[in-house]
Ligand binder design. Structure first.
Ligand code: KIV
Length: 279
């Protein structure tokens, strides 16, 4: 998938599907079922590294998992998520760290959170030749100033600010826009006003595409999934049951059984025993 293929997904007769990925085996599965866009999300901070929120993950930690995902993705368009403090301090930091995603992890593009206040960073990254995907509405990297996670744009003033951010980011040259945690009505208005695809998470049904955190979809993270998410399988429980059965079988001397062992032939074994006696 190229950037032009992603842009062609705007205004399709049905939404397109995108998802996050954090490692090689799941990236391969995602690629095999032809999901057009994959995000190496900074949600890895919680679901991979076990931190409390996305303010903790570093650029080095993101690069490490992005490299693994890259090896599993051959067809999907692959986006690396700029972690907290990798672009906020300065335009120089933003270009340098976006560049690391391209050079070290071979991402096709980067994503960063923020509206008009980050236009200098966004424009400079694009100017340097790196495609940018925007992210507005609920911005998980802002939980410290926002006092936690909440739906944004329910009130007129906030909704207008988000709408204006969307227009400004499109004018700055982003190729797609993530809308997170906003009312469906606002996401619809933004989607209808933009030429680029919108990708919603907790933004209702009218975005051009949808994105979800992989671990929520497959029930791997364990804690309750957010209202906007849905678990299609309880993988945590399946893994837990499988490992408990394995442990039980080891304790009961049932694992390994005949099926899992390797044998020496009689002659080699006799020779070995004699050699040991004569040592
Ligand atoms: O990090 C992430 O997983 C994200 C998605 C929720 C869009 O930013």
């Amino acid at each position: 998938m190229k950037i032009s293929d992603i842009q062609k997904l705007k205004g399709g007769s049905s939404s397109f599907c995108t998802v996050t990925a954090y490692d090689y085996p799941t990236a391969k599965i995602i690629d095999d079922i032809n999901i057009p866009l994959v995000l190496v999300g900074d949600s890895a901070s919680m679901v991979v590294y076990g931190y409390n929120d996305t303010t903790q993950i570093t650029m080095d930690e993101m690069i490490l998992i992005a490299k693994a995902v890259r090896r599993g993705i051959k067809k999907s368009f692959l986006v690396g998520d700029m972690p907290f403090m990798s672009y906020q301090p300065s335009v120089e930091d933003a270009i340098k760290n976006a560049g690391r995603f391209i050079k070290e992890s071979q991402m096709d593009a980067i994503k960063l959170e923020g509206g008009i206040e980050y236009l200098p960073q966004i424009k400079s990254i694009i100017q340097a030749g790196i495609p940018v995907m925007g992210h507005i509405g609920l911005k998980p990297q802002s939980i410290l100033t926002d006092s936690g996670y909440k739906i944004h744009g329910k009130k007129f003033d906030d909704a207008l600010k988000i709408y204006e951010d969307a227009l400004a980011l499109e004018r700055a040259g982003i190729f797609a826009l993530v809308l997170e945690g906003v009312p469906e009505e606002l996401a619809k208005l933004i989607t209808e006003s933009l030429q680029i695809p919108t990708i919603g998470i907790g933004a209702g049904r009218y975005c051009d595409g949808q994105i979800q955190v992989l671990h929520d979809l497959i029930g791997l993270f364990g804690t309750q999934v957010p209202k906007h998410a849905k678990s299609y399988v309880d993988l945590k429980n399946i893994i837990s049951k499988s490992l408990s059965t394995y442990q039980e079988e080891v304790l009961q001397q049932q694992m390994p059984s005949n099926a899992q062992i390797y044998n020496m032939n009689e002659t080699e074994l006799e020779q070995l025993k004699k050699a040991i006696e004569n040592l």
